[in-house]
Design a protein around this ligand. Structure first.
Ligand SMILES: CC(C)(COP(=O)(O)OP(=O)(O)OC[C@H]1O[C@@H](n2cnc3c(N)ncnc32)[C@H](O)[C@@H]1OP(=O)(O)O)[C@@H](O)C(=O)NCCC(=O)NCCS
Length: 221
């Protein structure tokens, strides 16, 4: 867990909504790549530029840490034997467990979550840029909700954006499909509510260090 976690709000609630959560500050990580990666992870990382390599590496550290945290992996098992790259070479996994997981990185942090049911997490820095492009991902009724909200506009827009990214991951949607078809019907600081195909989902948020996390779970932990 990151040292700055105490300055975050909602992290314990996020943790209770899933099987486990790891939140790390990327600049504090100093991995030794030869010890960290499985052969498949190594093959993928070798094709990456420095920026992508950093976020991919941070995601591997968070997922391996999470596997130990939830007791899936013995503490003594070496990192390079814990697979965190799904069979499609894109989506994350927690070794051969069959548990669901999700990971997200922002400019500063990486967050990983585990769950017995499909799950999606997203972290973004709060920014006014998201407000400027809100017409791209807010439906007319979400625009109305947005305009009536008493919350900070940047924080509200970042919540909706992260809800849709997390929903895309949890529900296996293309991001643009999530922008169009996931509808946020209630938005608040700690919890929001979204719908997709007549189903309603409660979304938990965490916030700290100018970042927002949204967690979408498709069942009880
Ligand atoms: C998947 C996607 C939404 C992630 O958004 P992002 O803000 O760029 O990145 P984040 O840091 O939040 O998440 C990245 C992580 O999501 C995971 N991921 C990638 N594709 C995924 C998918 N289809 N479903 C679930 N998780 C996925 C990966 O673990 C990735 O991190 P890693 O490659 O370092 O392991 C983005 O890559 C995207 O828009 N892809 C286009 C294709 C698409 O929409 N696919 C299906 C939607 S999930």
């Amino acid at each position: 867990m990151t040292k700055t976690a105490s300055s975050w709000s909602g992290i314990e609630r996020l943790r209770e909504a899933c099987l486990g959560l790891t939140l790390l500050e990327i600049e504090t990580l100093f991995p030794i790549e030869g010890y960290l990666f499985t052969p498949r992870e190594m093959e993928k990382v070798l094709k990456m530029g420095p920026r992508r390599r950093k976020s991919f590496t941070a995601a591997r550290i968070a997922l391996k840490d999470l596997s130990r945290q939830i007791g899936l992996i013995d503490e003594s098992r070496p990192d390079h034997t814990i697979e965190t790259l799904g069979s499609d070479n894109e989506t994350p996994c927690l070794d051969q467990s069959g548990l669901y997981c999700s990971v997200s990185h922002s400019d500063r942090f990486v967050v990983a979550v585990a769950h017995r049911h499909p799950v999606g997490v997203d972290i973004e820095a709060v920014s006014n840029k998201i407000i400027r492009i809100r017409h791209l991902f807010l439906s007319p009724s979400e625009q109305l909700l947005f305009s009536q909200s008493t919350l900070d506009p940047g924080k509200t827009a970042t919540r909706v954006w992260t809800i849709k990214e997390a929903a895309a991951k949890a529900l296996g949607l293309h991001l643009f499909q999530a922008f169009r078809e996931v509808e946020v019907i209630k938005g608040d600081i700690e919890k929001s509510v979204m719908t997709f195909e007549d189903k309603t989902y409660s979304v938990n948020h965490g916030e700290g260090d100018g970042q927002v996390i949204s967690l979408v779970c498709c069942g009880e932990p």
